[in-house]
Design a protein around this ligand. Structure first.
Ligand SMILES: [Mg+2]
Length: 266
C-alpha cells in the first residue's frame, strides 16, 4: 500500500483515471437485482431487503448475501442467464474507446462478483474490455461442492466492511498520492454503495433518478447528473481538453441540478 507500483492504474502515468460502478451505471439493469428477482427469491423480498438496509435494520453486506444465497442455479448458468439479458448503456462503448485513445484508465469498482462482471464486459464491450481493471467481490464453492453444481456457490466478500466491498478503501491510495503524480479522479455511480467512493474523488457523475442523487443532495456532495454515458463523455472531454476544470464542472453540475428542481417547481 501507498506506493505507485502497487496501483495498476498508475502504470502508464495517467493524468486522469475514471473509476466507475458497474451495475446500473455501465449497464442498464442491475445484474444482481435481475438475478434475485428472476431466479432467486423474487422482487418483493429483494425490495424489502433494500428498505431494511436503508432503515439500518440490516447491513448492505448481509442483505446482499441473502439475495445471493437465494439463487441456487449453478454459477456458469447464472453467468449465461445474465449475458443473455443484461444490456449495456448506449454511450459506454464510445466512451471506453475514447478513454483507451487518451490514456485514461477505466477502473470498475463493484459490489457484484468479478467473474460475472468480466463475462458481461467481454460480451457487451468485446475483447478490449480486459484492459479495464475490475475490483469487486468474488465467488467460491460451498463446503463439499463446486460452483458448477446446483446450490454450489456463495459470494466471497472483498473486505470486512458492512458494504462487503468498501469502495473508498480502494480509492484512497490513489487519492493520497503526492500532488505531482496524483491523477484527476472521476467517478460514476447510481447507488448507495457509491456514496463512500464519491467522497474520495474529484468529480462525481450520479445517474438521474437513482438513490445516489438523493444522498448527494442530503450530504451536500457536489455532483453532475448523467442520463447515459454520452453526457459523461462530453463533460470528461471538456476537462481533458482544458476547456473547463473539475472544480468548475462540479460546481456547474450542482447548480444545474438545483435550478432544474427550481424550474420544475414553478
Ligand atoms: Mg450500481
Amino acid at each position: 500500500m501507498g506506493s505507485i507500483s502497487d496501483l495498476p492504474a498508475m502504470k502508464t502515468n495517467p493524468k486522469f483515471i475514471f473509476f466507475t460502478d458497474f451495475d446500473g451505471t455501465i449497464t442498464l439493469q442491475d445484474s444482481n437485482d435481475y438475478m434475485t428477482d428472476n431466479i432467486g427469491y423474487g422482487q418483493q423480498k429483494r425490495r424489502q431487503g433494500n428498505i431494511d438496509t436503508l432503515h439500518g435494520k440490516i447491513t448492505f453486506r448481509n442483505s446482499f448475501k441473502e439475495m445471493m444465497d437465494s439463487v441456487s442455479k449453478p454459477y456458469p448458468e447464472c453467468i449465461q442467464y445474465l449475458v443473455d439479458n443484461i444490456k449495456l448503456d448506449p454511450g459506454f462503448a464510445e466512451f471506453f474507446n475514447w478513454s483507451l485513445e487518451n490514456n485514461i484508465p477505466v477502473v470498475v469498482l463493484s459490489s457484484g462478483m468479478e467473474p460475472i462482471i468480466k463475462a458481461l464486459l467481454a460480451a457487451l464491450v468485446g475483447p478490449n474490455s480486459t484492459k479495464m481493471q475490475v475490483i469487486g467481490n468474488d465467488v467460491g464453492p460451498r463446503p463439499g461442492k463446486t460452483i458448477d453444481q446446483e446450490g454450489g456457490w456463495q459470494i466471497v466478500f472483498h473486505d470486512e466492511s458492512d458494504f462487503g466491498h468498501d469502495k473508498s478503501l480502494t480509492l484512497r491510495p490513489y487519492a493520497q498520492l503526492p500532488a505531482e503524480v496524483r491523477p484527476t479522479m472521476f467517478y460514476a455511480g447510481d447507488g448507495v454503495s457509491d456514496i463512500s467512493a464519491a467522497k474520495e474523488t474529484d468529480l462525481l457523475f450520479a445517474k438521474r433518478g437513482h438513490d445516489l442523487v438523493s444522498y448527494c443532495v442530503k450530504d451536500d456532495i457536489p455532483f453532475t447528473l448523467f442520463e447515459d454515458w454520452t453526457t459523461i463523455l462530453a463533460k470528461t472531454k471538456e476537462i481533458v481538453e482544458g476547456k473547463t476544470t473539475v472544480k468548475a464542472a462540479a460546481l456547474a453540475g450542482s447548480e444545474a441540478y438545483k435550478s432544474s428542481l427550481h424550474s420544475h417547481s414553478l
